[in-house]
Design a protein around this ligand. Structure first.
Ligand code: ZN
Length: 486
């Protein structure tokens, strides 16, 4: 360790920079970590090579683009960035999110919950949360520790990542579909692969979106899973013939030389990759292609699930189907679409009937309210009943009244009790604009609007409150009349 330990705590970026620059020569760098040699190892014994306490505020996410670190579930006290001589916890890379895990330091009876890990200039830097406040963190440097990976999360990531390699290889081999990018979601949501179509390619985007090629890709992928093809990492010299002649996808950092990690899936693919992978395709169980959508010019996005996510997807789908079956009272899957279509058609028909009835009711109401307005100095207030009506109904009725009794002003209310009451006023702008707030106050509600119409709401209440609101219609009418004659 050439650099002297800095005064703690540091910001995250300062700590990362310090830990990367002071990483010892006998430590293992990213690209050759234990997890990259054997991704099935769950736990290793190693030693702490660097540890720095970071400022609490820097361990929280701030802003959209800022590097975020998952917060511990427990009420954990302090956050440290830690390096070890080797790592079974994979840092983020190759489209794969980082692993989680734990770090135990027996000499100090300490345990860290590792909730982030990143590749900082080739050094694997862990973010660990500790329940204890460590007075002298530097005393941990050189201490033996046991590092354990959260293998449930790891296996999920491996199942999705290896599946992506197989899918991309088959898509290229069979359909000349180049993988543009892919996304491994950290939730149980499907992962995606974006395929770019060659401008002079054999397939048009429409043909790809027809889903046919992807059914073929899904079948071929599952055939390879059934065959249990082996998945093996190796390290090849980028200047060597084997690398140049046999590796399909050769993505190298600029200026890279020396040995590069290559993942070989027997009879399927040989590509550069830093990620963790299952050792046999049989660990994927099954891959399901879910849908294909267009996401850009000559770009098709395929959604897929692999391994445990496939079974979880089936479980959720069955649950969803079961709920729909209960709602539409149709237990058999093959009958449900027809049943839902019938119900939807009935709904559309009923909506038409309701509209027709409202039109008739509006005409009848308009006839009686317009004659009332004509004999009441051009104002009328009415109660449309206990069901809350929408603004469209209020507006149509008010328009019909004003058409029959030009110059009149109309006040309407509906609803009540737990649903709350709404009210609407339309007509002479000088009356509506002046009376609006006063009427709302009189009824114990709030409302707004101008230019000759206003809409308001009165909070829900009990029967007594409801009766009190409705008893004030006469007062509302009197107020409107007073303003009209001003
Ligand atoms: Zn990969």
């Amino acid at each position: 360790m050439e650099n002297s330990p800095p005064p703690a705590p540091l910001s995250i970026s300062e700590a990362r920079s310090y830990l990367s620059s002071s990483f010892p020569a006998n430590g293992t760098k990213c690209g050759s970590l234990k997890c990259q040699h054997d991704s099935n190892i769950k736990s290793i014994s190693t030693a702490i090579s660097g540890i720095v306490k970071v400022k609490p505020e820097d361990s929280k996410s701030k802003g959209k683009k800022k590097k975020t670190i998952a917060s511990p579930q427990k009420n954990t006290k302090t956050c440290y960035l830690i390096t070890c001589l080797d790592s079974v916890i994979f840092p983020m890379g190759g489209g794969q999110p980082c692993d989680f895990g734990t770090l135990l330091v027996p000499s100090h009876s300490l345990s860290f919950e590792v909730l982030d890990s990143s590749n900082v200039g080739g050094t694997c830097v862990l973010t660990g949360y500790c329940q204890e406040e460590i007075t002298d963190a530097s005393s941990l440097v050189g201490q033996p520790c046991t590092m354990t990976v959260d293998f449930v999360r790891r296996m999920d990531h491996m199942q999705q990542h290896t599946a992506q390699h197989v899918i991309s290889a088959i898509a290229l081999d069979k359909f000349k579909l180049d993988t543009h990018s892919w996304s491994l979601t950290t939730t149980e949501e499907p992962c995606t692969v974006d395929f770019k179509l060659a401008e002079q390619g054999d397939l048009t985007l429409d043909a790809v979106l027809s889903n046919d090629p992807f059914q073929d890709i899904e079948k071929s992928t599952n055939d390879h899973i059934f065959a249990g093809r082996s998945v093996v990492p190796s390290w090849l010299d980028v200047e060597g013939d084997e690398y140049k002649n046999s590796v399909r996808s050769r993505l190298l950092p600029s200026g890279f030389s020396g040995l590069i990690r290559v993942l070989t899936i027997d009879q399927v693919d040989k590509s550069t990759c830093c990620g963790t992978h299952v050792s046999t395709l049989s660990h994927l169980t099954a891959v399901k292609v879910l849908k294909i959508v267009k996401v850009g010019k000559n770009l098709a996005r395929m959604f897929f699930v692999s391994g445990k996510r496939t079974m979880d997807f089936v479980r959720r789908s069955l649950l969803h189907q079961s709920r729909i079956a209960n709602i539409v009272n149709t237990p058999h899957l093959e009958d449900q679409v027809e049943r839902v279509q019938i119900l939807f058609n009935e709904k559309t028909l009923n909506e038409k009937k309701i509209k027709s009835l409202w039109d008739q009711l509006t005409a009848l109401k308009a006839a009686s309210l317009s004659s009332l307005a004509a004999s009441n100095d051009g104002v009328v207030a009415d109660d449309l009943g206990a069901d809350v009506v929408d603004k469209e109904v209020y507006k149509n009725l008010a328009n019909a009244v004003i058409e029959k009794a030009p110059g009149s002003t109309i006040f309407l209310l509906s609803g009540g009790l737990s649903a709350g009451t709404t009210f609407y006023m339309q007509g002479d702008p000088s009356v509506v604009d002046a009376a609006g707030k006063e009427v709302a106050g009189l009824l114990g509600g709030r409302g707004g609007g101008k230019g000759g119409s206003m809409m308001g709401k009165i909070p829900p209440g009990d029967e007594k409150h409801d009766a009190a609101v409705r008893s004030k219609l006469e007062e509302v009418e009197t107020l409107m009349k007073k303003l009209k004659t001003c």
